[in-house]
Write a protein of this length. Sequence first.
Length: 392
Amino acid sequence: MEQFDVVVLGAGAAGMMCAIEAGKRGRKVLIVDHAKAAGEKIRISGGGRCNFTNIGATPANFLSANPKFCVSALRRYRPADFVNLVRKYGIDFHEKTLGQLFCDSSSKDIIGMLLDLMDQAGVVLRLETAVQGVEKDGEGFVVRLSSGPVACASLVVATGGKSIPKMGATGLGYEIARQFGLAIVETRPALVPLTFEARTLERLSPLSGVSVDAVVASGKTKFREGMLFTHRGLSGPSILQISSYWREGGEITVDMAPGVDVFATLKAERAANGRRALHTVLGEIVPKRLAQKIVEDEGIAGNIADCSDKVLARVAGVVNAWTFKPVGSEGYRTAEVTLGGVDTDGLDSRSMEAKAVPGLYFIGEVVDVTGWLGGYNFQWAWASGWCAGQAV
Ligand code: FDA
């Protein structure tokens, strides 16, 4: 049987980083993936330009049943460490917004860099290889692969979450965790568009394609970023962000004119230019199609001078504090990440090793650590992969 010091399951962001670091330390490393190519999610990420980190990443940007778990890894491997690698490879990048770093050219530059680093570290990459099962074997593990069984001292599970099954996501990591007695924090799609029930959808369908700067809130959590009306419901960065916090049955409140007191603005306009149509005035605060729709839905016709304070307050309420209950989300089909995963209680936060199973490691998205939108999830993949790479 082939022998390796380390076998990594999953050649995504976390797995490749771990393999590189372990290889650099002289470990004999095999990394396997059932996909045709390594780093497929990196390839499609950030609209093909990979938002590879966020320079402002702190533990506060991550969700987990134990919010402290990610602190050690994020401290040991920082965004600047990954940026240094990217610079060393001469990959040009830019900050798009809010600390989000994107490749200038293509996410393939990042994959190329990782493949080259794996090559330099002597890592063996085996693609289109199915994992049929794993077993404990004395101090180590035997991994049954479609190419035959392999033995290893350390087994690293980096198979990612459940999002986008079409791209090869499976529940293998969770199954291995359960097999070895680790708990799973319930998983759910996150960073995902939210959907409306049929009646609301029909009413709002004319707005499909309209986008607006918005503050979107669920309970005490708020995000200010773009929001987009779609033919299924709502999307855009602010909605994806809030989807990680929202739960079925909960309300979402949206301010579609952040920083503008719409009631006061409408009243002032009524006093100054009472002969203008309400939708025209409102169309200077929010996109015209949205303004038109709000005025129509409220059943208001005529000039702003004809509108009472009560009517203007109602319209302002829709703009500054539109409150609704989504019916659900678009699910794993379009979710960027999976919330929940391998319970961090069972893992060592410095090495990612399972406390009860020496030699077994879980890294990246399969772990119950989920970042906000904006490069945070890759930073977690790099950091957790790097930490395991020092320990295997
Ligand atoms: P990842 O999913 O990358 O890798 C897991 C690997 O395991 C895959 O290669 C898969 O084929 C393999 N695998 C799974 N099951 C297997 C099995 N049974 N046998 C063998 N192999 C198996 N994040 C970010 O920070 N910035 C961004 O710009 C984006 N953009 C983005 C866009 C889209 C469309 C999505 C879906 C996601 C993002 N993300 C993102 C999230 C980011 O892609 C994600 O968090 C990381 O890729 C997670 O890295 P992992 O290595 O943990 O899993």
